[in-house]
Design a protein around this ligand. Structure first.
Ligand SMILES: *Cc1c(COP(=O)(O)O)cnc(C)c1O
Length: 234
């Protein structure tokens, strides 16, 4: 099946996701809470991404700098773009002007590089700090016990503004990690650190977004459940 032409499939998936989000919100959250649905675009053709935008998705999530640069000119202009993948410091300059939010900041080195380029293009870049909530060796993200130190350092930078936290938990749907992340988020919120705001908790993917909403997520990042299984060969 050609994903590019299979727009009815995206329509159905979109409806199902929105319904599930509404259901989780009705059960666990305040009616006034806003929860953003992001379309994660890796490997997905721009026409399919644009169809998701036309369904009502206003936020795109990009993982890879090269792929983003090759696709950006084909995207509908009314969507906001976020960077959610591992970001090398030497690639910051290619994306700094386009990103509404960078989710994957996990070191002061990367935050400082973003700060430097943001100053150059005259913007204050909104960022999230990525937390390795499961403490996995192979994963990016700052360890929970080093989070406060990194926040304190990032809070000193004048051209980045920390807006919240992001995580990719070890096992999708494992509530223990979602709960731990919610506690970290609330704990930092209560501390009122300089130049640090806790407005966004980026948590939840195709397999666990409803559970993530239960534990306070304000932004869910959905790829597979919206566009179907990814084909990395293309
Ligand atoms: C790929 C990816 C997602 C989406 O994963 P799905 O399970 O396909 O919904 C979310 N967040 C990040 C950081 C990703 O790399």
């Amino acid at each position: 099946m050609q994903m590019e032409t299979n727009f009815a499939y995206i329509d159905e998936n979109y409806k199902r996701i929105v319904d599930a989000m509404e259901e989780a919100k009705a059960k666990y959250r305040k009616p006034t809470d806003e929860i953003t649905l992001m379309a994660v675009t890796k490997t997905v053709a721009p026409e399919a991404v644009n169809h998701a935008i036309s369904c009502g998705i206003h936020t795109l999530g990009e993982n890879r700098v090269q792929e983003y640069l090759s696709k950006k000119d084909f995207y509908a202009k009314d969507a906001k773009v976020h960077f959610i993948g591992h970001l090398q410091t030497n690639k910051v300059k290619y994306i700094i002007e386009d990103m509404e939010l960078i989710h994957s900041v996990d070191s002061i080195k990367l935050a400082s590089e973003i700060d430097r380029h943001a100053a150059r293009v005259n913007k204050v870049q909104d960022i999230l700090i990525e937390v390795n909530v499961g403490g996995e060796e192979s994963k990016s993200g700052i360890a929970p016990d080093q989070l406060e130190e990194l926040l304190w350092q990032a809070g000193q930078l004048s051209h980045v503004h920390v807006r919240g936290l992001m995580t990719i938990p070890p096992v999708e749907g494992d509530e223990k990690f979602l709960y731990k992340m919610q506690q970290l988020y609330l704990d930092i919120s209560s501390k009122k650190m300089d130049n640090i705001d806790m407005e966004i908790l980026s948590m939840g993917m195709s397999g666990d977004f409803a559970t993530a909403i239960r534990y306070g997520s304000t932004l869910v990042r959905i790829g597979t459940a919206l566009f179907g299984a990814r084909n990395y060969q293309k």
